[in-house]
Design a protein around this ligand. Sequence first.
Ligand code: SF4
Length: 593
Amino acid sequence: MKGYTEKMLYIDLTRKKAKIRKISEENCKSYIGGKGFGAKILAEELEPKVNPYSPKNLLIFATGPVNGLTLSGTAKFCAVFKSPLTGIWGESQCGGHFAPQLKFAGYDALVIKGRSKTPVYIIIEDETVEIRDAKHLWGRDTFQTEDVIKKDNGQHFQIISIGPAGENLVRYACISHAKGRQFGRCGAGAVMGSKGLKAIAVSGTGKVEVSMPNELENFRKELNEQIKERLKSLREYGTPAIMALTQTTGTLPTRNWTQAEFDGFEEINAETLKRKFIKGNKTCYSCLVACGKISKVETGPYAGTEVDGPEYETLFALGSLCGNSNLESIVKANEICDRLGLDTITTGNAIAFAMECYEKGIINKNDTDGIELTFGNHEAVIDILGKIAYKNGLGKILAEGVRKASEIIGKGSEKFAVHIKGLEPPGYDPRGLKGVALAYAVSCRGACHLRHMAYRPNLTGSHPFGRGKIDRLSYDGQAEIVKELEDFYTIVDSMVLCRFVCLPSIGPILWSELIRLYAIITGLKITKKKFIMLAERINNIIKSFNLKAGLSRKDDSLPERFMNEPVKGQIIEKTELNKMIDQYYRLRRWKCK
Ligand code: SF4
């Protein structure tokens, strides 16, 4: 089938064996790729109650039909696993250059299972697959790991790796790639660490064939024009541009979700970042958008720092959420997290939670090894990162994530432990974005902004698919919008496209372009109705996995803080939330308790 290699590489680290499995054309048609493949494999091959650190847990990397094309927004691939942070479906996407190489090497997906007794890394060069000793890499940060593997094997390899956080099983450790791209959320890096797997390097010489190459050329030209016209702000500022909207709408999470507007906004916003630190752009394979921004700190205590970022999510999590308006320190903290392999969103939430514990007297300097862990103390933010990655002192507790940390600390801290199903929220306060409240509550991986992107239509007031205006403070109609957004991004994540070329309202790829692109690649005509049916099936499989893992409808909820403590005059009313959830369940035809 065009767009696919129809092969999956299975590697068992316990037995040190690799084998190739065929992917049937039927499965390509039914599950598309990426998230769809991940859902099918996880549901069929993993017992949902398995311990995420068991050798039985799977780490699935899956591409889709667009990966490997010379086309903007086609560099992402999907990781699926059982999450050690949440204990349910874990999923994350990463851009860069690895996905096309995996396709060129001849594989649509890579499935890792088992556990090596000693550290190893995997090297894949077309059909040659080797599991090699990685003792010389264990303990190195992710930047060093890539440098060493490339020096030893050649610059043509693309590499994903874990840092000390993954090795030490920090529950929200990420997998890093290309010194700035990550499988950030849900702890994929900890699963990789539990398998004794330090890195995977891949290089391929094949190519991806499409059914209509001339049509693809036309599509590319049109897409590039649309990108120049519609994604100007993303191209100029990267994701931090959205902070202007969260600040002005009163939805910028601040001081552990006690406020939604940051008095240090001017110091950490996109304009300031651009003026003071951004020195260049970075892009993924074949992508015209180049939303990655390289920041360099040239003077002061953090001089010498250079990082791909910070993205908006890092700016909020290590900035406003911690009351930190010192931008240099956020850039530095971003670099440290990337090197150590820490998800910046959960890391920022964990530090902000600890800061509130400290300010309320629940923990003190004896617990923090003398660190004055107050909101706004940027040096404390920097100091605590290493403690988390190496599980020292308080860092050992925070390495568990906010939910488990609050259970360990106790003393009423559970009341301000902000998480949904164990995953800490990204940078959009749902109290001022009612659609986001629903989307966070029902999301399959916990508090997530990417499964639905509901924050964008709520913030901009525009319906994601061009059907008029929406009111971010109204509960009405949000269930239909969230459900359609989830279905749309399920297809996007199965193709696997980057959602930044598929943004609500502005696209440039929305339903009709998605249908056209699928036909150009595969030669198959598909309707929106059929795409929605496929997306619903994938979401049903994931829901079923989560139910079997132990979730029930009551887990589709929000932290007490969002329902009891107003910010900017807004709370989420429990009855209204329940009505939205009822409506959402009706649309999904879910009857589960
Ligand atoms: S839009 Fe940004 S993240 Fe997406 S593929 Fe392009 S450069 Fe990568």
